[in-house]
Write a protein that binds this ligand. Structure first.
Ligand code: NAD
Length: 250
């Protein structure tokens, strides 16, 4: 098993939601998580409360991502875990809508290029130090199945799964494992009753079979638990774990 104790872990999107739950889970296992997020207020607040470092970063800016990893590596001398939790939801638009491509590009910039930027500079260091490292990307159920009008979000999340598989094969000889979490509907800033309104929220929730049995969406700890599993299981690579209460098996 891969022991998280003492390991340095960068968690993008670590200021909120699934990323923050992962930061706390890594900390509970004796790891040294670092929050990397563009939400400065939440990032600083959570990092201060947990006594860990915070980097304000827009992961779609490659130059800034490189600077951040250079600084983290200079200060910590190694980097063992990368969790690419940062992501944005996409506005739903048919392809023929005037702003469809612009909105799709925004999703791809963060969800795909941001993930790639972080993988590039983290994996370069992981290779340099001789491997035995873990990367977990975060896609979505919409990386596995799709919806109409979701070229940006669903398209970008499908790409994250493809990227994960390719990076897993490329880095297996160095024992750098790359896996991907595909969350279903999970109560966070990205999916909640206030954002969607009670009626639409309940409708969406009704599509997720376990929501019928539990009366709720997934919670962030259930998602973080799967991320920890993928980090710790030392023979797992290239795999998607879908924590969706049965949504995609229908
Ligand atoms: N919540 C859900 O129902 C759900 C479902 C499927 C997939 N996901 C995926 O899970 C991941 C985490 O989402 P969440 O639900 O915890 O949402 P969240 O909004 O609570 O957290 C996302 C975090 O990412 C950060 N972020 C966004 N863009 C960034 C950028 N360019 N640079 C740096 N940080 C950035 C935000 O500031 C935020 O802290 C995302 O990739 C999301 O697509 C969530």
């Amino acid at each position: 098993m891969f022991d998280i104790n003492g390991k340095v872990a960068v968690v993008t999107g670590g200021a909120n939601g699934i990323g923050l739950a992962t930061v706390k889970a890594i900390l509970a296992k004796g790891g040294h998580p670092i929050i990397a997020d563009y939400n400065e207020e939440a990032g600083k607040r959570e990092a201060e409360a947990l006594g860990i470092p915070f980097y304000k970063i827009d992961i779609s800016d490659e130059e800034k991502v490189k600077e951040m990893f250079d600084d983290i590596i200079a200060k910590n001398e190694h980097l063992d875990i990368l969790v690419n939790g940062a992501g944005i939801g996409g506005n739903s638009r048919p392809i023929t809508a005037p702003d469809s491509l612009e909105l799709a590009k925004r999703s791809f910039n963060v969800n795909v290029h941001g993930t790639l930027n972080c993988c590039k500079y983290a994996i370069a260091q992981m290779q340099k130090q001789g491997g035995n490292c873990a990367v977990v990307n975060v896609a979505s159920i919409l990386g596995v199945v799709s919806n109409p009008n979701s070229i940006g979000y669903s398209g970008s999340k499908h790409a994250v799964i493809g990227i994960t598989k390719s990076l897993a094969l490329e880095n297996a000889p160095q024992n750098i494992r790359v896996n991907v979490l595909c969350p279903g509907f999970t109560d966070t800033a990205m999916f909640n009753k206030d954002l969607y309104g009670e009626q639409i929220y309940n409708y969406i929730l009704g599509l997720q079979p376990l929501s019928k049995g539990t009366g709720r969406a997934a919670n962030v700890d259930e998602q973080a638990h799967a991320i920890i599993f993928m980090i710790e299981n030392s023979y797992l690579t290239g795999q998607s774990i879908i924590v969706d209460g049965g949504y995609t098996v229908q």
